[in-house]
Design a protein around this ligand. Structure first.
Ligand code: R5P
Length: 294
């Protein structure tokens, strides 16, 4: 391990020079095996971007607001998502198998919101991921958390199993209350996740230096939605994330806690895939929702 003393701050991120991925449209995936690329190709459209709908919150939070009835509130939205992020329990019990929406399946878990969240274990085998036809599996990584090493081990175990099965891994960087969501931290966490083998990283957006976070991460960075924001702010975050190098968003509460979730996911799609500005996306939300502001 390199001596940390005298560490020189990174500064040459080649901003504005996109990383080349010969032969494939997903960042960093050009040299992966066929099955991996085939699955990543379901999640990311030809533009290299994705709109993922996250509703796996129940795995540690129970029936949170907007997710009380996944059959009524979420299933109708899935046709607007490039992929859905959910637990195998919800997928098997409520998601119509015929719908064909690519699945990113939550594969870590353990503690509830009543306990120390970083103490997760693997909660699903790769065999079952294959059985359920997962396009990817998702694992939480708690860089800086109390159980940092255990969560990294969860991820690397899954990455090894994923290579055997041809199933990509989404490493999700979790941010505890005590950790700052700045470019320095997010750059550390996303790069660690990519270096240790995940084929995609999910993380948070930050106002300053996010371009450096995405530039230094050799695989797609997908931005988490986080808590519900005003419509314009959520669309601005999506727009800025894409402009600053993200390969998409994985939004939950900012979609399903809206007055009109269907209108919101369509506006997010237009921002991510069609380059619509945030203000125009806001207008689109109002038009589709019959004038709603929230
Ligand atoms: C993240 O750690 C979990 O996958 C969450 O359940 C999900 O990412 C939350 O989505 P959002 O923050 O957009 O509601």
């Amino acid at each position: 391990m390199a001596d940390l003393e005298g560490n020189i701050n990174a500064k040459d991120f080649g901003i504005g020079k996109p990383q080349e991925t010969p032969g494939f449209h997903v960042k960093g995936a050009g040299q992966l095996d066929f099955g991996m690329r085939h699955r990543l190709g379901r999640i990311f459209r030809e533009d290299g971007k994705t709109v993922m709908l996250a509703f796996d919150h129940g795995y540690f939070q129970g029936p949170t607001s907007g997710l009380e009835r996944v059959d009524l509130n979420i299933v109708p939205l899935t046709k607007h998502a490039d992929a859905i992020m959910a637990t195998r329990g919800i997928i098997r019990s409520l998601i119509p198998a015929g719908a064909g929406t690519p699945l990113v399946v939550r594969a870590s878990g353990g503690p509830s919101i009543l306990k120390e969240l970083s103490n997760e274990q693997l909660a699903m085998s790769m065999d079952d991921a294959a059985r359920i036809d997962a396009s990817a599996v998702a694992v939480q990584v708690f860089v800086g958390g109390e159980f940092e090493t255990q969560s990294i081990k969860n991820m690397t175990t899954l990455v090894d199993e994923g290579f055997r099965a041809g199933i990509p891994v989404l490493g999700v960087t979790a941010v505890g209350k005590e950790l700052t969501r700045d470019a320095r931290y997010l750059g550390l966490a996303t790069r660690m996740v990519a270096e240790l083998g995940a084929q995609m990283v999910k993380t948070y957006y930050c106002e300053s230096g996010f371009e450096e976070v995405t530039a230094a991460c050799p695989v797609p960075v997908i931005v988490a939605g986080g808590k519900k924001l005003p419509v314009l702010d959520a669309l601005t975050m999506a727009h800025n994330s894409i402009n600053e190098g993200a390969a998409g968003v994985d939004m939950g509460r900012n979609i399903f806690q809206r007055g009109n979730p269907s209108a919101m996911i369509q506006a997010v799609n237009a921002v991510v895939h069609d380059g619509l500005g945030a203000a125009d996306g806001h207008t689109m939300y109002r038009d589709l929702s019959g004038g709603l502001e929230d």
